[in-house]
Design a binder for this molecule. Structure first.
Ligand SMILES: C[S@@+](CC[C@H](N)C(=O)[O-])C[C@H]1O[C@@H](n2cnc3c(N)ncnc32)[C@H](O)[C@@H]1O
Length: 257
């Protein structure tokens, strides 16, 4: 098993570089407004949770990493949304909230942190238990791109790719370079992101490495997993802007109990 997801001990770095999938915050906000109440699993620092609350929904969030949880709580307070939001520090593989929801969401690949089939099933079964009879579960995953996976295998890990460069208030910048090591037997990749802070003269001030692992799921594997957990597929879309499902893009699943 790979080491822990250390990216989530640095919510500030997460927020700078993890900006989501195009259109996702608006998509979840519209769904949440329509449903009235929503449960978000692995809500992180509130990137999708806060827009759902701002759209008028009552939002319950579950988050495991203490630093992400605290950052989310602080942002909810700063936005004056405490009355709309309930946060629990907890694990998406095992939770019991004693209430059901018309909408449960797992945005931005968070489900892909569950590397083990038992954990995936435990999470989906918990989701099912927390859905109302007509309720919907929406999960976003990336669709494994066979070209990228094959290229990484050939090189025993990818070449470093530039994730981005963000200006800081002191006139400097923080850059992020990522490498990916695949484990095809277990169907996951380990991402190693190296962040580097430069001052306004371009001198390096610090470097930090943060890792995380993502399981990849093929389309019909997900269909089987849902069926095994008592969930039926309503639709599979290829993104948040009405795209059809295509290889190597996004998987946006809507399932019901
Ligand atoms: C990619 S982030 C997504 C955060 C947020 N939903 C967003 O869209 O920005 C994944 C989150 O999953 C959380 N996480 C990982 N495993 C978890 C688990 N077993 N239970 C709850 N949260 C978990 C991480 O701590 C992290 O905050």
């Amino acid at each position: 098993m790979p080491s822990a997801n250390t990216l989530y001990s640095s919510p500030d770095l997460y927020d700078l570089f993890s900006t989501g999938v195009p259109g996702d915050t608006g998509y979840f906000a519209r769904l949440a407004a329509g449903a009235g109440r929503v449960l978000e699993l692995a809500c992180g620092t509130g990137r999708t949770l806060i827009p759902m609350a701002r759209a008028g929904a009552k939002v319950t969030g579950i988050e495991l990493a203490p630093d992400m949880f605290k950052a989310c709580r602080d942002k909810v307070a700063a936005a004056g949304l405490e009355r709309k939001v309930t946060l629990h520090r907890g694990d998406m593989r095992r939770f019991a909230l004693k209430q059901t929801f018309p909408l449960v969401v797992i945005p931005y690949r968070a489900f892909q942190h569950l590397l083990d089939v038992r954990d995936q099933r435990a999470c989906l079964e918990c989701c099912r238990e927390h859905l109302t009879r007509q309720g919907r579960l929406v999960i976003n995953l990336f669709d494994p791109n066979l070209n990228i996976l094959a290229a990484n295998l050939t090189h025993h890990g990818s070449a470093a790719r530039n994730v981005g460069s963000v200006k800081t208030p002191d006139g400097g910048r923080i850059t992020a370079l990522a490498t990916r090591v695949p484990c095809p037997e277990e169907q996951y990749v380990v991402e190693d992101w190296v962040f580097e802070k430069f001052d306004r003269q371009g001198n390096s001030q610090w470097r930090k490495s943060r890792v995380f692992s993502l399981r990849y799921f093929f389309r019909y594997e997900m269909e089987h997993l849902f069926e095994l957990c008592g969930l039926r597929v309503e639709k599979l879309e290829g993104g948040f802007q009405g795209q059809p499902y295509r290889h190597g893009g996004e998987q946006v699943w809507t399932v019901r109990r």
